[in-house]
Design a protein around this ligand. Structure first.
Ligand SMILES: Cc1cc2nc3c(=O)[nH]c(=O)nc-3n(C[C@H](O)[C@H](O)[C@H](O)COP(=O)(O)O)c2cc1C
Length: 195
């Protein structure tokens, strides 16, 4: 049965079929298993300019830069579930993910300056954060998680689940992890739970 839950995903890795993309595909399989579908934005292939801090969104909550971010804003408004998938680069989210997040400053203005947060739909708004790092240290995960949480809360995703995997460095390493793929698959299925 088709579900009315709208799900979008942001892929922040530049590596085609890399570890992040493989994880995301497993989450997608879980979503499809439950009758859902997913619109994925491959951020590396998009032309998104960095936030210019121009103040153009301060009074309207609308960004004035015209580029591929224009394709994303309305989908964020309408999404019931948002997935952010990123590798850890230099102890942080990838630049591809971060540039998209910074452009959500317009939502920040809408929520905190204009006091008009995006409203939850009938399924609530939930998030899933997928992170992969090549190192064994979790400092990059902590930094990435803090940034992702700020993004999620800004776009009214009040709760999110995080799956992260460390020591996953070479392309395809995630395929040999004992639990990562099944955990992503199960997390995808959970996103389809109505609330
Ligand atoms: C520019 C760059 C910076 C990186 N910095 C870190 C880091 O700070 N911490 C870490 O754990 N891994 C770091 N890595 C390793 C990646 O997180 C790792 O290779 C990951 O599996 C890449 O995921 P992907 O295959 O989805 O692109 C870095 C990789 C690159 C290319």
């Amino acid at each position: 049965m088709k579900s009315g839950i709208k799900i979008i995903a942001f892929l922040g890795s530049p590596r085609k079929n890399g570890n992040t993309e493989l994880l995301l595909k497993e989450a997608m399989r879980g979503i499809e298993e439950k009758g859902g579908s997913l619109k994925t934005y491959n951020l590396n292939l998009m032309k998104i300019k960095a936030c210019q801090d121009c103040g153009g969104c301060n009074e309207t909550g609308r960004c004035i830069i015209e580029d591929d971010m224009g394709l994303i804003y309305q989908d964020i408004r309408e999404a019931d579930r948002i997935i952010l998938a990123s590798p850890i680069f230099f102890f942080a989210l990838s630049a591809q993910a971060k540039v998209m997040i910074d452009r959500c400053q317009s939502f920040w203005c809408e929520k905190y300056l204009l006091k008009k947060a995006i409203e939850e739909g009938r399924f609530g708004r939930k998030g899933l954060l997928l992170l992969v790092g090549g190192m064994k240290k979790d400092v990059g995960i902590q930094c990435g998680e803090a940034c992702a949480k700020a993004f999620f809360r800004t776009v009214s995703v009040q709760a999110h689940e995080t799956l992260y995997y460390l020591g996953i460095d070479q392309k395809g390493d995630i395929l040999h992890h004992p639990t990562a793929l099944s955990e992503a698959y199960e997390a995808g299925k959970r996103l389809m739970e109505e609330e």
